[in-house]
Design a protein around this ligand. Sequence first.
Ligand SMILES: *[C@@H]1O[C@H](CO)[C@@H](O)[C@H](O)[C@H]1NC(C)=O
Ligand SMILES: *[C@@H]1O[C@H](CO)[C@@H](O)[C@H](O)[C@H]1NC(C)=O
Length: 259
Amino acid sequence: MQLRKAARIILVGAPGVGKGTQTERMLKRFPQLSSISSGDLLRIQAESLMKTGALIPDTTILRLILSELTNRGWLSSPDSAQRLTLSSMTASLDSFTAPPSHDDGFITMPPREDARYEYSNDPDASFILDGFPRTAAQATQLDRLIPINLVVDIKTPTSIILDRICNRWVHPRSGRVYNTTFNAPKVSGRDDVTGEELVQRDDDRPEVWEARLKKFDETSLPLLEHYERKGVLWSVGGNSSDEISPKLFEEFGRRFGNT
Ligand SMILES: *[C@@H]1O[C@H](CO)[C@@H](O)[C@H](O)[C@H]1NC(C)=O
Ligand SMILES: *[C@@H]1O[C@H](CO)[C@@H](O)[C@H](O)[C@H]1NC(C)=O
């Protein structure tokens, strides 16, 4: 389906709701959409920095997004004094790949607050932004560059997510792996061959995931409220990706499609 105006989307959802799946399907269904992933941008541009395990400041990610959108011709600063050139970006990043110091001018300097940016409303300037923003503060900073015009809040019941990601059991001595949804042991909790007890790795345990999902809900709430106030939040629920995709396609088509 062709779009009639630029879509600038963010998908918000707990781990296990299938954001990646929805993104892939959206890209396939709406060829004018592209994916801009802050993780990919960072990997490409600041690999050595990431290897040091340093905390990446928000402003670095914002600058990478700004640079990516500028390079694509989707964003520009009309005031030439404020124009962000590729060489100034590269220079900044070069100085930045040294171990960061927190009073380094570049690291603490956000994209200029007084700078004004112009963004393209061409349907080809449509993207799903992945990995950023994660907090309301980051969203406020992003708003200064370019307004997101659809935030999709994907909700799946916690019990369903837990069923999906906590179904792996292992037999420690042999390393045999069972998946209680798709490849269950013959006797619940027992290895098929030896009859010995199966265990769950920490990362497969429901208690661990329950805490993680709760934490996600708490931290994502201010982000969702931010976009609710902007009038761009839309929530969609479902127990599976196949249940969610058609609703998402329909709503997206209604808002951005050329019908
Ligand atoms: C269990 O198997 C299904 C189907 O192959 C898969 O979707 C799911 O991710 C598996 N669970 C784990 C924890 O690997
Ligand atoms: C989704 O899962 C919930 C909780 O398990 C269940 O009550 C509901 O009927 C399911 N909905 C659909 C459409 O399958």
